[in-house]
Design a protein around this ligand. Structure first.
Ligand code: NAD
Ligand code: DAU
Length: 357
């Protein structure tokens, strides 16, 4: 395939997708077409820096809209699809799973079908370079006991929330489209991300915002649920690595070897804010930590074995949790206007429903 065919990114206005596009345009030559429905989680201001870059274009639309997807593929002739678009919040999937099945399962199916038709018409040389990269999660593997080894690429799927089940279904569809139709797919399963532009309903940005405002920091259950945290730019770097070098039909686990209980996460953020914001309404910020009712079916522990991507493709995370979390807190402190924007409207209604605040 000739150089400079764009890549098609789905869900590029969300947290990871927007970080990916920002990173891509500073490190890669090819242009980006961003297809995003702009749900509550999609925010075009994340991409303000690149909005006038001639290599970037935005299409407002739904991945379930097969006519639109087909027309986009014909018009832009992308050399790859990098598929982020999803409903991504576990708590929302518990309150209303319909959108999760629609976007994560039916939407992925729609993209796969249109990608299959697009690839079928390609010249053999183009077929060998085209990639469908499916971005997935560690949650598809279910929950680990305290001493169990980390999830590897051959761990069985055992999803426990509607979100995880919908992502697991999409993983299976991607696998089947490679196995049955020869679609050149690669799948990445990553652990919890954190960093700039994360919507403040997820634990880390929520903690930062509540601490700044002197509001209770809600910790589910006993706070001992463990997640494996990865700085978002390291995830984006891993996705670029898999796109460039990953073997077709393979799956790559991505993680930061940063297993931490939630209580430790909120205590760490509180301590950083004590240092950076000693005059906030409530100091020490840890006084705000409040144990609240647990998430139904809350998975106890996730941990990723990333030896395959490290050993075969040479990827390594650059940030430790200590450097990444400090950068993240500093980013939120420096971007109050962004926070104002996202904490209005739908976000507030959601917070009221979830926490009765
Ligand atoms: P996000 O919720 O911040 O963003 C999702 C984006 O998809 C939004 O811009 C939204 O508008 C868009 N979208 C939703 N439905 C759509 C549809 N039908 N058509 C087109 N666009 C649609 O999510 P995120 O945290 O950036 O996650 C991105 C991907 O990475 C997801 O597939 C998620 O499962 C996966 N993932 C996330 C994490 C994490 O920690 N956040 C970790 C591992 C994997
Ligand atoms: O593991 C990867 C997954 O990480 C991604 O696939 C999801 O898209 C992403 O949202 C994230 O899911 P989690 O459920 O792990 O993220 P969340 O930030 O919602 O919660 C992190 C942990 O913190 C989890 O154990 C629940 C807990 N928590 C969360 C919130 C929002 C709290 O204790 N209090 C809270 O208010």
């Amino acid at each position: 395939m000739v150089q400079n065919h764009p890549i098609l990114v789905t869900g590029g206005a969300g947290f990871i997708g927007s970080n990916f596009i920002l990173q891509w345009l500073t490190r890669e030559a090819d242009s980006v077409v961003n297809l995003d429905k702009l749900t509550y989680a999609g925010n075009l201001s994340n991409l303000e820096k690149v909005s006038s870059d001639p290599r970037y274009s935005f299409i407002h639309g739904d991945i379930c809209d097969r006519k639109l997807v087909s027309a986009l593929l014909q018009r832009h002739r992308p050399r790859a699809i990098v598929h982020f678009a999803a409903e991504s919040h576990v708590d929302r999937s518990i309150h209303g799973p319909d959108d999760f099945v629609r976007t994560n399962v039916n939407g992925t199916f729609a993209l796969l079908e249109e990608a299959r038709a697009y690839v079928a018409e390609m010249a053999p040389s183009e077929k060998t370079t085209f990639r469908f990269l499916h971005v997935s999660t560690d949650e598809v593997y279910g929950s680990l006991g305290p001493q169990a080894p980390s999830f590897s690429e051959i761990s069985p799927h055992a999803p426990n929330s509607p979100y995880a089940a919908s992502k697991a279904a999409s993983d299976h569809l991607v696998r089947a489209y490679h196995h049955t139709y020869g679609l050149p797919t690669v799948t990445t399963n990553c652990s919890n991300n954190y960093g700039p532009y994360q919507f403040p309903e997820k634990l880390i940005p929520l903690t930062i915002l509540h601490a700044l405002q002197g509001k209770p920091i809600p910790v589910y259950g006993d706070g001992q649920n463990v997640r494996d945290w990865l700085y978002v730019e390291d995830h984006c770097d891993a996705i670029r690595t898999v796109l460039a070098q990953g073997k077709v039909g393979e799956t790559y686990n991505i993680g930061g070897r940063n297993e931490k209980p939630n209580l430790e996460i909120v205590q760490t953020i509180s301590a950083i804010l004590d240092e950076l914001r000693p005059k906030d309404p409530v100091v020490p910020h840890s006084k705000l930590i409040t144990f609240v009712q647990d998430r139904p079916g809350h998975d106890r522990r996730y941990a990723m074995d990333a030896r395959k991507i490290e050993g075969e493709l040479g990827w390594r995370p650059r940030e430790t949790f200590e450097t990444g979390i400090r950068k993240t807190v500093e980013w939120y402190l420096a971007h109050q206007a962004w926070i104002q924007e996202v904490t209005s409207g739908t976000y507030r209604q959601w917070m009221a429903k979830q926490y009765s605040m």
